[in-house]
Ligand binder design. Structure first.
Ligand SMILES: Cc1cc2nc3c(=O)[nH]c(=O)nc-3n(C[C@H](O)[C@H](O)[C@H](O)COP(=O)(O)OP(=O)(O)OC[C@H]3O[C@@H](n4cnc5c(N)ncnc54)[C@H](O)[C@@H]3O)c2cc1C
Length: 607
């Protein structure tokens, strides 16, 4: 079993997202850990007493007798978390007491002030550790209490893409019963067809993403703003980074209590799955630009091209600064820049990147690099589907018709559900009666890896204006796995047609442009680029940006939405799912109306 615990940045309190990658749910573990928690409380109390007494009475140092915790057999991961925290605290207290005893020995007379200094440090450390152990114990206890509440409630999730499945995972790990209904599932094993979530690149990009000149449709009066996209993206970044290290740990257990009626996910078997990997990897992402704004002092924006390049530059500064902060992101983003005037031939780490691109032909002036997750969506969708089944979710294939709000009672009766999550992507046009939803057609070629450099490095020419102020097209070169490269991308608004082929003019133009840009694609032949089917799909965009909010058309409405992720569904998935679950729990367990829950989560950030 593996747990993924991340300290969520940008949340009001010190919140931790704790999930397990096998059929157990975190909250159930927390409930089972009850005895250990009781024992932990006793030990923490004793440790606190000992350290407190020694602080007051310098010469009385004989109370180092701290009972160690007895963890019952059949220990679980949650109990071990608490045990570790308590043991650390006990060790720190013992250390402080030992210093105190040494200081009181006659041989050490005269060195009291040196001992006092060491003791103060040890004392401070011990109190910090006690606080940490207390927090861990309380957190786990709370999760156990929530589990009792959650297991009484069933959530119906509409949508089997990354948004629906991530939301389902968190709900299941918090103890809820979950049913998932979708008209289509990821067809594991096929490259061309599948839902949008499987077709995706899928590169993590700090918002705004490169899909279009700016992915954020409107800056104000929207369901979410750039700032919120960035928070969701960073929460997802930490999750994928952590998940990478626990990949390959899905359970080999059979799906208990799961009746995946009518599921069409071919090749996906919930039972007996072993060693599944989520397929998340950290790579270097190199982005190139026609304008040079690397000099902070001279970043100006007189022209459209200048304004856009300046936006990209500000984005780089934000990423760079995040990577330098003390918080969760420190050293994780690892930025660096290339400046054509400063380093005409490239140097150091940029040598290979510059050898990979045709910088002269494309008039490139500037670029930056940072670490980024990339996801093999075939593996990830299979992993997510099997995981939620293993945890007991019931999957059903069905098309839901009409506005969910109007059919809410009927659906909740059908699925014995207490609340509905709408994660239907483009389906939200009908299911949320939202006419702001529109498709942006996309397509990518998948091919054999042409060169070792591209195995661990993605190269992007984001949508921007060229030197003559003309909008230029995105070039997207991303390693899907070490043996497979993804080349894209097509970005066509309001186009619903999915009959593109390798011979379609826009696909041929995309491929020619990519070959001209990436020298390693020119050098190689036989990459299988035309033998594999073209992967194409519709990005679920919204003129009102991403929507994660409760439906508040009436006070009693029991629908929470999570849709409109455009070209960034994987980038935002974890953060959005977390916010969605928060709203669900406020309505279900705290009895709040959709409006009140929205206000508490969003404050004045949302219209
Ligand atoms: C070519 C391409 C490249 C992309 N590259 C990236 C990238 O690099 N990085 C990134 O982060 N994102 C990328 N994306 C975007 C990303 O794929 C989407 O944002 C994401 O998949 C949206 O996920 P979702 O779960 O919200 O929607 P979807 O994956 O579309 O899933 C919607 C689900 O709802 C179900 N549904 C819909 N209507 C109904 C109904 N009426 N009844 C029942 N079920 C219904 C569907 O069957 C499906 O199961 C790319 C997309 C494309 C097309």
């Amino acid at each position: 079993m593996a747990t993924i615990a991340i300290q969520l940045p940008y949340t009001k309190g010190p919140e931790v997202l704790q999930l397990t990658t096998d059929k157990h749910c975190y909250a159930k573990e927390a409930k089972l850990a009850g005895t250990v928690i009781e024992e932990a409380r006793r030990v923490i109390g004793r440790a606190r007493e000992v350290i407190g007494r020694n602080r007051e009475e310098f010469n009385v140092a004989n109370s180092a007798n701290i009972p160690h915790m007895e963890v019952p057999t059949g220990t679980n991961i949650v109990a071990n978390d608490v045990k570790r925290a308590v043991n650390d605290a006990v060790e720190a207290v013992e250390n402080a007491v030992k210093i105190k005893i040494d200081a009181s020995k006659p041989d050490n007379a005269g060195q009291q002030s040196a001992y006092e200094e060491t003791f103060v440090r040890a004392y401070t450390n011990a109190t910090t550790k006690i606080d940490e152990a207390t927090e861990a114990t309380a957190r786990v206890h709370q999760a156990g209490v929530r589990y009792d509440k959650a297991k009484e409630k069933t959530v119906l999730v509409v949508g089997g893409g990354v948004s629906g499945l991530m939301t389902a995972w968190i709900l299941l790990d918090k103890g809820h019963r979950v049913s998932i209904v979708a008209k289509d599932w990821a067809e594991t094993g096929t490259e061309a067809k599948g839902i949008t979530s499987q077709i995706a690149g899928a590169l993590w990009e700090y918002p705004p993403g490169s899909c279009g000149l700016s992915e954020i449709e409107v800056p104000v009066l929207a369901y979410s703003k750039l700032e919120q996209y960035q928070e969701w993206a960073m929460q997802s970044f930490l999750f994928y980074e952590r998940l990478q290290t626990v990949a390959g740990t899905a359970s080999g257990s059979t799906a208990s209590g799961s009746t995946a009626s009518g599921s069409t996910a071919s090749g996906s078997t919930a039972s007996g799955s072993t060693n599944l990997s989520f397929g998340a990897r950290m790579i270097n992402l190199y982005q190139f630009f026609h304008h040079n704004y690397s000099n902070e002092g001279t970043a100006t924006a007189e022209t459209k091209a200048g304004a856009n390049a300046n936006e990209h530059y500000q984005k780089y500064i934000r990423i760079r600064d995040l990577g330098r902060t003390e918080g969760s992101f420190r050293d994780k983003l690892q930025t660096s820049i290339w400046d054509a005037t400063g380093e005409p031939n490239g140097s150091g780490e940029w040598v290979n990147a510059l050898a990979a691109v045709n910088s002269t032909g494309f008039g490139l002036k500037w670029g930056y690099r940072h670490r980024a997750p990339v996801i093999d969506t075939d593996a990830a969708m299979k992993f997510l589907m099997e995981l939620v089944r293993d945890k007991g979710a019931v999957l059903e294939t069905r098309e839901i018709k009409g506005d969910l709000h109007l059919h809410e009672r009927e659906l909740m009766d059908d699925f014995q559900a207490d609340i509905i999550v709408n994660a239907s992507g483009l389906g939200a046009h009908t299911l949320a009666n939202d006419d702001q939803i529109f498709p942006v057609r996309g397509a990518v070629k998948r091919m054999n890896m042409p060169h070792p450099f591209l195995e661990d490095n993605a190269v992007l020419l984001p949508a921007q204006y060229d030197i003559a102020d003309n909008p230029s097209k995105t070039i997207f070169i991303v390693p899907r796995r070490e043996d497979t490269l993804v080349v894209g991308s097509i970005i066509q608004r309001n186009n619903w047609d999915l009959s593109l082929t390798h011979q379609s003019p826009e696909v041929m133009a995309m491929w020619e442009r990519a070959k001209e840009f990436i020298t390693h694609l020119q050098e190689n032949r036989g990459l299988g680029e035309d033998e594999r089917p073209l992967a194409q799909g519709l990005r679920p965009f919204s003129h009102s940006n991403v929507r994660v909010s409760a439906d508040n058309r009436t006070n009693s409405c029991r629908v929470v939405h999570n849709y409109g992720h455009g070209g960034s569904g994987w980038t935002l998935a974890v953060g959005c799912a977390w916010t969605c679950v928060k709203l669900v729990e406020m309505i279900l367990h705290e009895g709040k109306s959709g409006s009140v829950a929205n206000t508490e989560v969003w404050g004045l950030k949302q219209y």
